[in-house]
Design a protein around this ligand. Structure first.
Ligand code: BTX
Length: 325
């Protein structure tokens, strides 16, 4: 983090009070002219700075980017987001996160970007990642749990994202098993959990979150316009992405920790309360076959329980779900 950002952080933490050029110069051990140059640099980056005669400088507004300082100020987590890697553009935050995890990045490291050229979904599907309109991020988790406990992290993250959206907007999203978050039946978020493991167990979980925030319909690729939506399209309001990221990180930390410490029980109840799938007739498409029936619930392992017409109960580990009513 550059000196410019350290100065910006100091100013933002002084909660609206102007800081004099002299005070900043003293604190950072540089000249007042140097401070002035840093202010110019911040302005070029989109920060609005008020310079009050005799009193000093004050940050009036910050730009709509996901740069670490704009997220970390006011972040109420202990682990997740203490380290944030930010790039303006990348192929996929999953790729960067995998790399960082291999280089021993700590538990809770977050990768954020403004746009992805090769954002990915499950089974190498494409994830549309419009520039500056969404939250495209990957979280590295290093939980001390056996590999069979990994799939539930997707469900736990879904609950966290729903809670975050509820907190920041007036919207009430629903979850479609296993990894879609829906608003008015359209997808506003996808979650992709990938694993790095070896003989000793899980080395890292890379939880990828793609959250459509401020897109209008035409910001989406033609092929997803019919199935995708954004928080703005449903609420009619532009949503503060920084606040949303903080809330997602907060609830992800809270609920993943709850899952690690206490198991899936409470989270399963929460998940089911947000689910559109449970109790409904659905069609589950798997790689080689399709099953139709009623989705009765999820097991403690996060496996979807589907009862077919013949009365048989099937455990579904991975599938695409369609509502059939
Ligand atoms: P999924 O396989 O469940 O969903 C992928 C499908 O969703 C696509 O085939 C397409 O039909 C549809 N789709 C593509 N883009 C969007 C979009 N922006 N909004 C709604 N629907 C869309 C879901 O996989 C998991 C997605 C995770 C994305 C994050 S972004 C940060 C991280 N980096 C990365 O490369 N992936 C994750």
């Amino acid at each position: 983090i550059t000196v410019t950002y350290k100065i910006a952080k100091r100013m933002l933490e002084s909660t609206g009070e102007a800081l004099s050029g002299q005070q900043l110069a003293d604190e950072f051990g540089i000249s007042r002219t140097a401070i002035w140059k840093h202010m110019k640099e911040l302005e070029e980056k989109g920060y609005e700075i008020e310079s009050v005669k005799k009193k000093g400088y004050r940050i009036v507004s910050i730009p709509d980017t996901l740069e670490p300082i704009t997220i970390q100020i006011g972040l109420k987590t202990k682990r997740i987001g203490q380290r944030i890697e930010y790039v303006e553009s990348c192929t996929s935050t999953q790729i960067i996160a995998h790399q960082l995890a291999q280089e021993n990045a700590p538990d809770g490291t977050v990768v954020l970007t403004e746009t992805q050229t090769a954002g990915r979904g499950r089974m190498a599907r494409k994830w549309d990642s419009a520039a500056h309109k969404g939250v495209w991020m990957s979280i590295i988790l290093r939980p001390n749990v056996p590999p069979q406990k990994a799939p539930q992290f997707t469900l736990v993250t879904a609950v966290a994202i729903v809670r975050a959206i509820e907190e920041v907007t007036a919207l009430q999203p629903k979850i479609k098993w296993p990894n879609d978050i829906l608003l008015n039946g359209k997808k506003c978020t996808g979650i992709l959990t990938e694993l790095q493991s070896d003989a000793d167990g899980i080395q890292a979980l890379i939880v990828g979150i793609g959250l459509n925030v401020n897109q209008d319909k035409e910001d989406f690729d033609l092929e997803v316009q019919g199935i995708a939506t954004s928080l703005k399209m449903i609420s009619g309001q532009t949503v503060n992405r920084q606040e949303l990221v903080r809330a997602v990180l907060f609830y992800t930390e809270l609920y993943t920790q709850m899952y690690i410490d206490e198991g899936f029980g409470m989270l399963k109840i929460l998940w089911e309360s947000y689910s559109t799938t449970i109790g409904q007739p659905v069609r589950a498409r798997m790689t080689n076959h399709t099953l139709e029936g009623i989705a009765e619930g999820i097991s403690d392992d996060g496996v979807l329980q589907l009862r077919t017409l013949d009365g048989k109960l099937h455990g579904i580990y991975s599938a695409d779900i369609e509502m059939t009513n």
